[in-house]
Design a protein around this ligand. Sequence first.
Ligand code: UT7
Length: 333
Amino acid sequence: MSKLTAAITGVHGYLPDYILTNAELATIVDTNDEWITTRTGIKERRILKGEEMGTSKMVIPAIEGLLEKTGTKPEDVELIICATVTGDSIFPDTANTAAYHTGCVNAFGFDINAACSGFLYALSVGAKMVEGGTHKKVIVVGADKMSSIVDYTDRTTCVIFGDGAGAVLLEPNHDGLGVLDYEHRGDGSGEKYLYLVAGGSRKPATVDSVMAREHFVRQNGAPVFKAAVSGMTSMVGEVMGRNNLTAENLDWLVPHQANIRIIQAISRMADLPMEKVMVNIQKYGNTTAGTLPLCLWDYENQLKKGDNLVLTAFGGGFTWGALYLKWAYDGQA
Ligand code: UT7
C-alpha cells in the first residue's frame, strides 16, 4: 500500500445558458471575429444574466451535480474550498454560501483569491487536507463571474473573459493515484499589469470610483502574456523533470485557458504535441478560476485511470504554478 494521497474521484461543471458570441461583441465594441479568433482563439463565452445572480449561482449547481454523479451524501462533505475573485460579496465567502445551499451542513468552507491560479492553489491545499488524514471528502471549486467585473466598453478585456464554474471531489487514495506534486509561485510586482483599481480596502467604492470605471478589470496584455508563457513553461518543466515525465509518458497537459497563443507556446516549449493539451477556450473564453476544472469536466470521458496529468495556470498577482496528478478513474467514453 503506497502512501496516502488525495485523488480526484469526480468532476462536474456549470455554464450559464447565455452565449455571447464574437459577432455580438462586435456590435458592442470596435472588434471583429477575425481579430478575436486569431489573437485569442475565443469564439464565444458564457454569461450569467439576471438580477442578484452571483458566482454562487454557478457553484451550487456544479456541486449538486458533483454530489449526484459521485453518489456523495452532502452531509459527508467536510470541506469546500472555492477559488474565485468574484465571490458573491467581499464577505461572507462563497464556499460557505454554497455549502449551505447544497446541504453540506457538516462542511466548513473558505475562498481562495489567486485569480487564474486560484483552482490550482486550492487543489493543492485541498489535497494536503486529505493527505494529512483529517479529511476524507473535500470539494474544490474554481468559479468566476467575470462579466461582473468586465468593462464592456474596453475591447482589450471584454472579448477575453467569460463566466463558469467547475468542481472536483478529493478523496483518500492508497494506490499511488491523485495529486503527487506541485510547485507554486507568486510575484506581487505583477499587480500593476492586471488589477481592479477600486472596491477593496485601499480604495473603497465612491461615486467617483464608479464614474471612473475603477471597478472593472484593467490589464496590460503584452507583459502578462510574456510572463504567462515563461511562468507556466518553467513550472511545467520543473514538475515534469522531477517526476520523470516526458512528452511520451505525460498523457495530458491541462493549461489555464487565457489565450490559445499562450497555450500553443507552452506546448511548443515543453515539446508536447497539441493532441495532448486540453483546450476549450474557443467555447468559454477565460473563466479565471474556472478554466482548469472546466477542462477536466470537458475531457473527463477521454481520461483513463493512471493517466499522468500536469495542470498549470498563471494569473493576476502575479500567481502561477503547476501540479502533477495521476487520474484515478476511467471516463465513460
Ligand atoms: O488569465 C490571466 C492572465 N491573462 C492573460 O494571460 C492574458 C495575456 N494577454 C493576452 O492574451 C493578449 O495580450 C491580449 C489578447 C490581451 C491582447 O492581444 P495582443 O496580441 O497582445 O494585442 P495588443 O494588446 O498588442 O493589441 C494589438 C492591436 C492594438 O491596435 P494597434 O495599437 O496595433 O493599432 C489594439 O488596440 O490590437 C488592438 N486590439 C483589438 N482590435 C480588435 C486590442 N483588442 C482588440 C479587439 N479587437 N478586441
